[in-house]
Design a protein around this ligand. Structure first.
Ligand code: ZN
Length: 250
């Protein structure tokens, strides 16, 4: 019997998740089941990544899993089994985004009909349910805010959007001050991020504009990260390392 499950983080692109077999430990059942099975149409239902991360395995498991993918996010693997042969759209080393189509449902390996066997591996298999229903299962709220900031910033500055800051992202960061780039699209994600860190943005809050309140806020941030006092100038620039600190590259 299938149960319609309400999830926050889709594993099927359709958003319709019919659970046919739940995760079971030895305590709960005579036979264990190290993941959750969702049914759908073979070769039709697209499977999406439940969280952004890096592809750490794609291949064939001859012991029963069939074609499968593993994606790693903050050291936790999300694994997708019984994929349709030839449908895998990602390669080892790829960065994938939450919601990105990675393969199509199939019945490869030792599958009982068309289904996705979805599992979470974290020093052994654990119940996948919280990972489908919670926002922050892969890390703290702070980590999640940081990743959102990096992605939104990357989009605003025309960098490759993968949620991972590096030299390419840094090279595209603008200089923002009350006189330069005060309404740059990067201002809004910066404001959202600073607010999540507890900084006071002033009366206007997140408004996408870098005014005097933001200058004061950045000065406070520069002081908190112990930049030399001459660089505590309220200007967001890579030259004097403010962007490096914001992006955790320093
Ligand atoms: Zn299964």
């Amino acid at each position: 019997m299938a149960t319609l499950l309400n999830v926050k983080n889709n594993v099927l692109k359709s958003g319709i998740h019919y659970l046919t077999s739940d995760y079971k430990t030895r305590n709960e059942s005579r036979s264990t089941h190290n993941g959750m099975d969702f049914v759908g149409k073979n070769g039709v239902d697209d499977i999406v990544a439940i969280a952004s991360g890096k592809v750490t395995y794609t291949g064939y498991d001859s012991s029963g899993g069939g074609y499968w993918i593993s994606i790693t996010t903050n050291g936790i693997e999300h694994r997708y089994f019984h994929l349709k042969k030839g449908s895998i759209k990602v390669s080892k080393g790829d960065n994938v985004s939450k919601g990105q189509v990675i393969a199509t449902m199939g019945d490869s390996g030792n599958a009982t009909g068309n289904n996705l066997h979805f599992a979470i591996y974290k020093n052994g298999y654990v119940d996948p349910l919280p990972y489908l229903t919670n926002d922050f299962s892969f890390g703290t709220e702070e980590q999640d805010n940081y990743t959102t900031f990096v992605r939104d910033l990357q989009e605003a500055i025309g960098a490759n959007v993968d949620g991972i800051a590096g030299s390419e992202t840094l090279s595209k960061t603008p200089t923002i001050s009350t006189s330069t780039g005060w309404n740059h699209p990067a201002v809004r994600p910066l404001q959202v991020y600073l607010q999540s860190l507890g900084y006071d943005l002033g009366n206007r809050g997140v408004d996408g504009e870098f005014g005097r309140d933001m200058k004061a806020c950045i000065k406070k941030y520069q002081s908190d990260i112990s930049l030399a006092s001459i660089y505590q100038d309220g200007i967001v620039t890579a030259k004097m390392y403010t962007w490096q600190h914001l992006l955790k590259l320093k």
